[in-house]
Design a protein around this ligand. Sequence first.
Ligand code: ZN
Ligand code: ZN
Length: 407
Amino acid sequence: MKKSQLEKFSALVLEKGVNLQPNQGLEISCPVERADFARIMSKVAYKMGAKLVRISYNDEIIDKLTYENAKTEVLTSVPKWFIDKKESLVKENFCYVCLSSENPSLFKNVSGEKLLAVSKARSKALKKYSDAIMSNQIRWCVVSLPTKDWAKQVFPTDKNAAKLLEDAILYTMRLNEIDPVKSWENHVELLNKRAKILNDNNFKYLHFTSNFGTDLKVGLSRNHVWISAEEKSADGVNFIANMPTEEIFTAPDCNNVEGVVFSAKPLSYNGQIIDNFSLTFKKGSVVSFTAEKGYDCLKNLINTDKGTKKLGEVALIDNSSPVGKCNILFYNTLFDENASCHLALGKGYPTTVKNGDKLSIKQLKQLGVNDSIEHVDFMIGFSDITCVGVKENGENLTLIKNGNWVI
Ligand code: ZN
Ligand code: ZN
């Protein structure tokens, strides 16, 4: 990628993504392979008046070696300095940019039990930090740029895999447009308009159906609020937590989900792939499931804790979004979730109920907002998916038909 493009990318993420304020700190987490990006973003951030830029590099080759060689009991003991470092972002009100560019199959030969034990230990140790992130205590933004192994998985037979993936990312980020900031503002406005219609209707539940077999009723939390691209952090400043983002999402009532749902795309979870799976829900909980690929990985995910058997998010997206139009399987949730309606197993966002950021976990639970150490999105938006919103009095409104918005 040209230097000028990386500068444009960085400026967009700092301006519209985390909305970096003068004299504020910024942390960038980034694969070491994309140090070029971290260096340019740091430069742009200092130009915008950042107080301090901190970099947190990760290296997948070493991660793989670590998982293959270090014992589970060593990996599950999360050092205090690691937790303190994460929590310091919240204490010092830093912005946080995360470059998510993992090789989706990195851990395909590592035992599922080991992966589960480590991710569980880390999620548990970082619960306070992730709760702060999910209730927007700080402004954060997840973005992506190609890495070699990831691009190879997306375009296995193409010599120009990295370039093709880069082009797709720039397109979905609206960076090819003359004024990307302006086109993000227009995009946010359109999503807000639809979110308002959803909020005004205050549906009791959503009914998803597709010819593939999905027939699922997702109850909505009392006091639920539909949220789209732009959110407000605790200090009242707007930000966009995912770029790209096409979704309008809210909190399901985690005790009121009934029926069966089929996955529409593979799910890359913990360096492993889960594909062609289905979940059956009763009274909100998964009571049975199937998977053609990655059955054990799905089983581990569902059994992580009480909350991973329930839903924490329902998101509506139509097929005509730039990500949908790309028609590429990215093997990265940041993109794939934006091509398709999705649900998430695990924790619900406190901000998806009225005044939720001021409520305790117990109060949120009473409203049906799920709690867990995990939050994992999976895609359910087949091209023929229909979603109907049903009100308390039985009135209904079709929201999505054949995969596209009709409101
Ligand atoms: Zn989502
Ligand atoms: Zn999610």
